[in-house]
Structures are given as C-alpha cells and as structure tokens.
Design a protein around this ligand. Structure first.
Ligand SMILES: Cc1ncc(COP(=O)(O)O)c(C=O)c1O
Length: 437
C-alpha cells in the first residue's frame, strides 16, 4: 500500500485513529468524475468499489498464475497457491476453524441454490424449514423451491414493522421436532437491521435444526465470527466487501463432510473441492484475498484500540477483526447523521431502526420512503446529481410486502460504507431536501 497519505477529516475520526483520507486514496473509483462532477457512491449494499490492491492482485493472477489446478508446472503451482491463499484469507475473515470449511462459488445465490440440493437430501416429506420475512430472496426462494420439490413445509418468521426486528418468542413458536433448517439474514439489505443470529442459532440447535445464515450485508460492516455465532452455514459475497464478484460459503466441517455433494465424477471427493463445481474464478479468489488483506492493513494501521478483544487470534486474523470494529464505529456516525437528516425532511419515513441508542443493532444501510414522491423519482433525480442510490424492493420481496411498500415502488436505499464521508452524506441530504421541496 504505497499510496498512504496522512490526514484526518473529522475530530471524531481522529480519536479512534480512523483515517478517512488514507482510506479513500486506496480507491481509484472515488476520484472519478463525470463531466467534471464528482461521484458519490451510496449504492454500496448492491456492490462496493475496490481498492487498487484488489485490482492489482487480480491482474497479477491473470498475467502470472493463469492455469488450472493440480499440475506439475510453474503456473499450475502458483494457481494452487492462489486458491489455497483465498481459503485461508476467508477463514481469517470469518474466524473459521479451518480453510477447508470455506467454499467458493460464483455468488451467494448460486451457492445457495447448489447447496440446497445437498441439504435437501437430508430431509423427508413433511419436514419443516423456517424462513424469515426480512431476508433477501437469495435466502428465501431456493428453500421455497426445495420445499416444492420435496414436499417440505415452510414456516415464516415475521419481523415487527414498528421496531424492524424479530420477536424471537415467535421463533420459539415456529420451531418443532420437524424443523430441519432455519434460514435467517445476519443483516437486512432493506431495513439495515442486524439480527441476533447467536440467539437464533442457539434456538435452532436446541430444536435439533441447522442454521443457514445469509451474512452478505453483515460482513462488509461488522466483525463476523462463525464460531461465536454458532451457525452451521454462513454466506457472504466479496463484491459487497470491497472485493470482486465472488460468493463464499462457510460450512461447519462435519456437515460439509456428511453432505452428499452434487458434483461430477473426477472432481474432488472431499470438502471444500467437492462443492466448488467446475473451474473457479482464480482471479476472483486472488482479489478476495486482497480484500481481506486490505482489512488487515486497516487493522494494522488504524485498529490498535481493538486488539485486546482479539488477543487469541493470530496476526492477520487479529488485524482483520480489529479493522471491522474500527470501521463499524466510524460507519455508525454516518448512519446517525443520515437518519437524523432524513427524519428532518417533511414527508420522509425511515424504513428501519432510527433511534440513536440502537445504532449497534443496524448497519448503515438506510431505506426511506416519501408520502408523495415515488422512490424511483427520487433515485433518478439523485442520479442526475451524480449521487448513486438504489430504489425498489432490492430483492427483499417479503420484507417490502410486510412493510406495505412493495406495490408502491419499495424504498430509496442509501448505503454508506467506511469510505464515504460526512460531507457526502450532507450533499445527499441537501439533494433529497431539494428534490422533495
Ligand atoms: C442480504 C443479501 N443476500 C444475498 C444477496 C445475493 O448475493 P449474490 O449477488 O452474491 O448472489 C444479496 C445481494 O444483494 C444480499 O443483499
């Protein structure tokens, strides 16, 4: 990382050693302009920008290690290293017990559709799957399709539309001795709610069920520890955490060994290779490793205040987890600024947790609606000002229906990450104010 520059933008940032200017200098995309107008990237829940180091590592992989796996020659040996390195990096990011618990795939949705076939082989007609009404459809519809094919029963876990959180006594009511799987998101891509997945997984386990956790929207923002969560499967996507388009599954070792993989005959018989169908994107894996190394660099240079929490972790793992705590602290400030600003605009409703003392229970993804103006109209007007946001249900189909916004165009979703600044949030707020007045 030779592009480091000193300089802090806010006093608050200074106290926790978070160096925004140094961070931003790693991301070439942040300096791009269109017709001389700066870009403000608040579309991050749909995909983040990448640091230079990620793009460089991918290029390096393509130019110097481009071969298939398992050969005797130099490029094949280097490709093996790229693949092994990516499994080790993801094991560090998720605090996995072993790199063999990491399965790569094209994206979270494809991995889930694929794994659901193997998981389905352990189920019998009449068995039950609990699905959440808060989740992205990637952790909903693969299971609905499985239930259709195998004659399973779906039971729905609702969330409270006032608090935007689950009432977990409802989960107790749904769990039964027929429950085989509980599928829940760690953080919502629509409301931003962080769910208490530790308790959800404990309840599932006590009922004899596995827990399948969609952490796609949690991993970019909060420290994720599969051992602490106590889940059986956890998924994320590197392109949401400053890496390339790549999906990752962590699976509990004994379950990966026990599941029957859908694979071709010559493919490896043991995990993770037996679940990594076909030839993987080695350049994607190289980029994913670089994204984890980017977090490690943040932890090393800015995260010392959090090291004591991770004293038992080895070097990179400690730095990565300390980085996530450091980044989340900064992001909470952005989220509060954003929520306070939106709530001061007449006619705006924040579709998510908004109170200042509950910011630990949400990621900074903030969706809002307006009494009169449609989300698409607001998003388009923002795009004209070169401010990038998403609108609609964002694939959180059940959540948008439960909130009563599905038929009215969903919401405008503003998704800051740690490379966004208070100045950018102010610009967004001024623009929304202007558009709505
Ligand atoms: C919460 C959540 N889960 C799953 C997905 C799907 O991820 P992928 O694009 O890797 O399939 C998304 C994508 O936006 C998401 O936000």
């Amino acid at each position: 990382m030779g592009r480091q520059r000193p300089g802090l933008t806010t006093n608050k940032a200074q106290t926790m050693s978070f160096k925004l200017e140094t961070i931003r200098s790693q991301f070439p995309a942040l300096a791009e302009t269109d017709d001389g107008i700066r870009r403000i990237y608040l579309d991050n829940p749909a995909g983040t920008q990448v640091p230079q180091s990620v793009a460089e590592r991918m290029l390096d992989c393509l130019l110097k290690s481009n071969a298939n796996l398992g050969g005797f020659f130099r490029t094949a040996l280097l490709a093996d290293e790229v693949v092994d390195g990516a499994h080790a990096a993801m094991a560090d990011l998720l605090n996995a017990g072993s790199p063999d618990e990491i399965v790569f795939g094209q994206n979270m949705t494809t991995i889930t559709l694929h794994m659901s076939r193997s998981i389905g082989l352990t189920m019998s007609p009449g068995d039950e799957i609990i699905l959440s009404q808060m989740d992205h459809d990637a952790n909903v519809y693969p299971w609905v399709l499985l239930a259709r094919d195998l004659d399973l029963k779906i039971r729905w876990l609702p969330f409270d539309t006032e608090s935007f959180e689950f009432d977990l006594t409802k989960l107790d009511e749904l769990l039964s001795d027929r429950t085989k799987l509980v599928c829940v998101g760690a953080a919502s891509n629509l409301t931003g709610t962080i769910n208490d997945v530790e308790t959800i997984c404990r309840k599932a386990r006590e009922a004899g069920s596995w827990a399948y956790i969609d952490a796609v929207q949690a991993v970019p923002h909060i420290q994720t520890d599969v051992q602490k969560i106590g889940c059986d499967f956890l998924l994320c996507s590197a392109y949401k955490f400053f890496g390339p388009h790549q999906g990752i599954l962590w699976g509990r070792s004994e379950l990966l060994q026990q599941l029957d993989p859908y694979k071709v005959r010559p493919a490896p018989d043991s995990a993770p290779g037996c679940f990594e169908t076909g030839t993987q994107s080695h350049e994607g894996m190289a980029g994913t490793t670089a994204a984890v190394d980017y977090f490690a660099w943040i932890g090393e240079t800015m995260g010392s205040a959090y090291y004591s929490k991770y004293a038992d972790f080895s070097q990179r793992r400690k730095h990565v987890h300390a980085a996530m705590d450091c980044l989340f602290e900064y992001e909470r400030g952005l989220a509060q600024q954003l929520i306070d600003g939106l709530q001061s605009i007449r006619g705006v409703t924040v579709q998510g947790i908004s109170s200042a003392d509950a910011q630990m229970r949400r990621v900074p993804t903030v969706s809002f609606t307006h009494d009169i103006v449609a989300p698409a109209v607001i998003a388009e007007a923002l795009a004209q000002r070169n401010i990038f946001v998403w609108n609609g249900h964002n694939y959180a189909v059940e959540a948008a229906k439960l909130l009563g916004i599905y038929d009215s165009g969903g919401a405008v979703r503003v998704g800051p990450v740690h490379y966004n600044s208070e100045g950018e949030i102010s610009e967004l707020l001024n623009a929304v104010n202007d558009i709505l007045s």
